[in-house]
Design a protein around this ligand. Sequence first.
Ligand SMILES: [Zn+2]
Length: 394
Amino acid sequence: MTLTQLKIGKITRAVTLGALLLWGLATVGCSKSNKHKGAVQTLFVHGDPMELVSGATFNPQVPFTAREIPNLGDYSLVSATQLTEKGELVKSNAQDRNLEAENAPTKSSDRLEKVIPFAFKKTANNLWAFASSEFTIEFQERNDGSLQAQRVFTSKESHPVEAIHYSATPGLQMFSMLVVGRDEKLGKVMLVAYWLRQGSQVSLAQGNKSYNYTWGPGVLVPWDNRQEVTVNICGSSTQQYADLIREAFLDWNHALASRLKVNVQVAASYPPFSDLNFHCTQMINNFLIEHDQNVAFPGMTLNIPNRATGYIQDSDIFLWASEFAKYKVDIRNPRMAERFMRIARHEFGHLLGLDHMFDGTESIMSYNNREHVMIYNYDRQAIRELYPLIGTAR
Ligand SMILES: [Zn+2]
């Protein structure tokens, strides 16, 4: 058995369309494929992508005005993920699938170097293009100088879009955008993209390469431990798992031994996962991410680094109800509750900055044929290397 993606038997699976793991996009873990080529990672899903932002409060206001654009400078696309309603299905046999290879970590060079430059250009009296070689977003300028995204252009086509949420870090060093649109073939499409101002990168600390972190072996990108991190339990259907989620984090709290203070709490209201300043664990309903009925893909963590600070900026955990349903066992069953906790612990490992292990190491992050349920010595050592005692140099 593998950890977060588990073989149950065989059938049909989705094609993951070509994609590139940009330096930030760490759909760590439990993502189906890390062989990314092309500009935007596409996750093929079966269902309305709006399920991913169910219950969220949106802020559709562009975080800069037309007048500010000349002073903003240029940006790099840190990561972009597209979620689509429909996709192509291919037959496959679960026995033939190599889940370890599908979930292998990407080389750190791939993660750290591939960024796509974007620049603002005024294209008409009231139109701005936020343009790159891969795709361009067109903003309309209103009389008061506020902006509204209206179309996305690729080299082949263009689509009208609606931007439903923006977020930014102080000084607009980073910003995120969540847009929805429709494509003839793919149905509803949701695009989440994150940008970083060019020239603001810091170099990253290097640690022991035997520890596998999100952005590569020994690449130290932790949360900023000078402040408390709040992980929110978001959405009414997630709240029934709140006790299990909190309990799953307790082991990490012991391992961290006050090197990072993490507060796990139920959120009364929350922005969508694209928000750079808010971190959710959410059970997503009505959404199939793995079409093979015999392979479960119950968890996914999306980590966004901030290259201007060297710290993790954002992390959101998705738990897929339709994937848990493949086990056909109620969550109140103690074995199922234990399985849920194991997956939550594994996703929290990703949230803190750990990646998978493949060499047979006993680890909650392991992908091998044994069920790893606990936090092991490796996990404790890797996390302590990533989070030195507060006040000591990194
Ligand atoms: Zn994983």
